[in-house]
Design a protein around this ligand. Structure first.
Ligand code: ADP
Ligand code: MG
Length: 327
């Protein structure tokens, strides 16, 4: 495994015929269209035989007859980041970027992710899964106020509410419930926000520099993520180097605990005492040239085009028919 700063020595011609999957039917379609469009352009200008494919407008079944050697997954959210497309590609034996079926599905679900992290004694804010008819008073008294209510399976801050009073809890639950039948209430963490890209797999997984995010009013919502331009991103993060190293190590352990591979990005909050808490793992992060993983890679000298090429060169199948006793 090469170190993060090393320049990729991949020959674009060796990568064969490539399909870039982007768009898709999820709530994050618009972001994916931007990510995939830029990934496609980066591959093509480096001489890769890359082709676009939008699973919202064409059946994935068509991929089976496309003679593709690899797939770059630039889909976000459901039917793209959640293990479903990964399963289809495994079945068609087309090597693909990023995590496999199980890690993708686990990371897509914030409740299951947190259960696994808790089992590994990794710090993640206390939470309660909310069922219809829950007691708002009990939830607020255990988690404290403010707290966060969010759907287990949605990204881009959709359906998320910062709840400040007991009365706001039920409306917040209903809003999240419209996105997903699994909803969680989570203790609020208030000292700062970081996000940490991780590349590689297993013992070779390694973190890139953390990015510190400062959103207007501390509110990193859909608008402040994608539409407005008031959110500030710092990379180098400017935090204490020992804390940065601790957060990077935590991100790697969080990634390994879920069995992620290829690449990912851990969202982390700091509390008032500057202790890190894991929020979630993104297994198909935003990939526009303004996105966070490219920003962090650039800080180590890896430019956007080289990053895209490197991720693609590591595309692989994660399920093998060998050694299972089948003839
Ligand atoms: N427990 C929490 N405490 C403080 N802020 C939170 C918490 N959970 C989420 N947030 C804020 O909401 C944003 C989105 O939440 P996150 O769990 O990363 O879901 P997603 O990015 O999939 O929508 C975070 O980047 C953070 O700004
Ligand atoms: Mg997030």
């Amino acid at each position: 495994m090469s170190s993060p700063g090393q320049v990729s020595s991949v020959n674009p011609k060796d990568l064969g015929k490539v399909v870039v999957l982007f768009g898709g039917p999820s709530a994050e379609r618009e972001v994916s269209l931007k990510s995939g469009g830029m990934v496609l352009a980066a591959l093509q200008r480096q001489g890769v035989d890359a082709h676009p494919f939008d699973p919202a407008t064409r059946s994935l079944v068509e991929l089976a007859n496309g003679n593709y050697d690899r797939a770059f997954i630039a889909l976000h959210g459901r039917f793209g980041e959640d293990g479903t497309v990964q399963g289809a590609l495994e079945w068609m034996r087309i090597p693909y970027t990023g995590s496999g079926v199980l890690a993708s599905a686990l990371a897509m679900d914030k409740v299951l992710t947190k259960v696994i992290w808790q089992r590994e004694h990794l710090p993640t804010p206390d939470f309660i899964e909310l069922e219809p008819g829950f007691s708002a008073v009990e939830v607020a008294s255990r988690l404290g106020l403010p707290l966060i209510v969010k759907p287990a399976q949605e990204g881009s801050t959709l359906g998320l509410t910062k709840v400040r009073t007991v009365e706001e809890l039920t409306p917040a639950f209903e809003k999240a419930f419209a996105f997903d039948k699994h909803v969680l209430a989570e203790a609020f963490v208030s000292g700062g926000e970081l996000t940490v890209p991780v590349l590689g797999e297993g013992a070779n997984a390694h973190a890139l520099p953390a990015i510190r995010i400062v959103a207007p009013g501390g509110n990193y919502d859909y608008h402040n993520k994608y539409l407005g331009n008031e959110t500030q991103y710092f990379c180098p993060s400017g935090i204490d180097p020992a804390l940065e190293a601790e957060v990077q190590a935590l991100a790697v352990r969080a990634y390994q605990a879920l069995g992620c591979s290829g690449w990912g990005r851990a969202d982390v909050m700091l509390d008032e005492q500057q202790r890190p808490w894991l929020l979630e793992m993104n297994t198909s992060p935003g990939m526009t040239d303004h996105s966070l993983v490219p920003m962090s890679a650039r800080a180590t000298g890896i430019q956007y085009d080289a990053l895209v090429l490197r991720l693609l060169s590591q595309a692989c199948l994660k399920s093998s028919l060998q050694n299972n006793g089948a003839q």
